[in-house]
Design a protein around this ligand. Structure first.
Ligand code: SAH
Length: 358
């Protein structure tokens, strides 16, 4: 049993079963035993590999997309360049490298990183030796007087979710309790009506399971308000769909699926992102939302193939094989190309970021 499992068991014994959101928060961000606070999760040696860790092309193209959008909005002379959950800092480092040649862009940019883990902040600082980012625990403290250009890759999938199972008498919430042998296990609360879920009564039947992510909607609310008022844009890249439907809670350790309650604190926990809920949070505060677009299509529109061909000219042997595989992995529908999606936020008076349709 992990140290964190013992802590959670004592807590549950004292005060009763906890929600999945509380469980997920503890597993990922517990100050001493959380996954992001203790492990180097990312990369070939870690538990999962993200797009920027696969190829520099991902960050380069996103960098040029951000810079073009900044020029389309009149190249404001001061703006916040923001990344949510920057991991090892690879994506933001690639963005900064790719935009070095864009006149005025970097001089106008204040760099802000939203990162909950001190350990991750250290990795990010090491990846950005020439920059002086301001770190934030939450989006609430981001600047409120300048345009914000926000990137988030595989950030929303790490935010805590709750699960509800429809019941003839309302909804039963999925809770984490203790089994007879003392291990952590999934259970269900008593059924009760939940007003906030009334809209889901139309498209579900008793027995159906849905997921909600209040934290994700709150993040979008804070960012979309800033974009609607001061300009800028946001690009959210993640795996998920356009409507929460069914159980997508999962744990990964060493690139393999494991039971989400087996090793709390030692495995990565994620859930599919419900992009419709994120879009709704943006629209409600007057921010425009792009078409929901596959990552493969987005990267092709931004010119990944010519970029891949140009990089390939300088490569041979294994390096060339790895490069060709990385291009395929990022874009092909059988790989990340259609599993990963992109949603853009932008001011209603402007056009969407390059690569996305209004
Ligand atoms: N964007 C990176 C890393 C994704 S992993 C990449 O593409 O490689 C998720 C990142 O989000 C990690 O840096 C993790 O520490 C951070 N994170 C997770 N939950 C968070 C929260 N609630 N607030 C801020 N950062 C969080």
């Amino acid at each position: 049993m992990t140290e964190l499992a013992k802590i959670l068991r004592r807590q549950i014994e004292a005060t009763g079963p906890i929600t999945l959101a509380d469980y997920m928060s503890a597993c990922l961000l517990h100050p001493k035993h959380g996954y992001y606070t203790t492990q180097d999760a990312l990369g070939v040696d870690g538990d999962f590999t993200t797009a920027p860790e696969i190829s520099q092309m991902f960050g380069e193209l996103i960098g040029l997309c951000v810079a073009q959008s900044w020029m389309d909005q009149g190249a404001p002379d001061r703006f916040a360049l923001v990344e949510l959950g920057p991991g090892r800092g690879t994506l933001i480092a690639d963005i900064l490298r790719a935009t070095m040649q864009v006149p005025g862009f970097q001089a106008a940019a204040d760099l802000h990183l939203v990162e909950a883990s001190d350990r991750m902040r250290q990795l990010q600082a090491a990846a950005l030796p020439a920059h002086h980012p301001t770190w934030h625990d939450t989006v609430e403290t981001l600047p409120e007087d300048i345009p914000v250009y926000v990137i988030a890759n595989e950030f929303f999938d790490a935010l805590p979710i709750r699960q509800f199972q429809r019941d003839p008498k309302g909804w039963r919430e999925v809770m984490v309790g203790i089994s007879e042998d003392g291990s952590l296990q999934r259970g269900l609360s008593d059924a009760a009506p939940i007003d906030a879920l009334n809209s889901r009564l139309e498209d579900t039947e008793p027995g159906a399971l849905i997921e909600t992510c209040a934290h994700g909607s709150a993040v979008v609310d804070a960012i979309a308000r800033r974009i609607a008022r001061f300009g800028g844009m946001a690009l959210f890249v993640d795996y998920g769909g356009w409507h929460s439907d069914g159980d997508t809670f999962q744990a990964v350790r060493g690139h393999r699926p494991v039971g989400p309650f087996d090793e709390p604190g030692c495995a990565d926990l994620t859930a599919h992102v419900d992009f419709e809920a994120l879009a709704r949070a943006a629209l409600i505060v007057g921010c425009a939302v792009s078409q929901f677009t596959n990552q493969g299509v987005f990267l092709e529109r931004l010119g990944i193939t010519p970029r891949a061909q140009s990089l390939a000219k300088g490569l041979a042997g294994d390096a060339l094989t790895t490069h060709v595989a990385a291009h395929r992995r990022l874009t092909h529908p059988d790989e990340m190309g259609s599993l990963f999606k992109v949603l853009g936020l932008y001011p209603a008076s402007e056009s969407p970021p390059p690569g996305l349709d209004p």
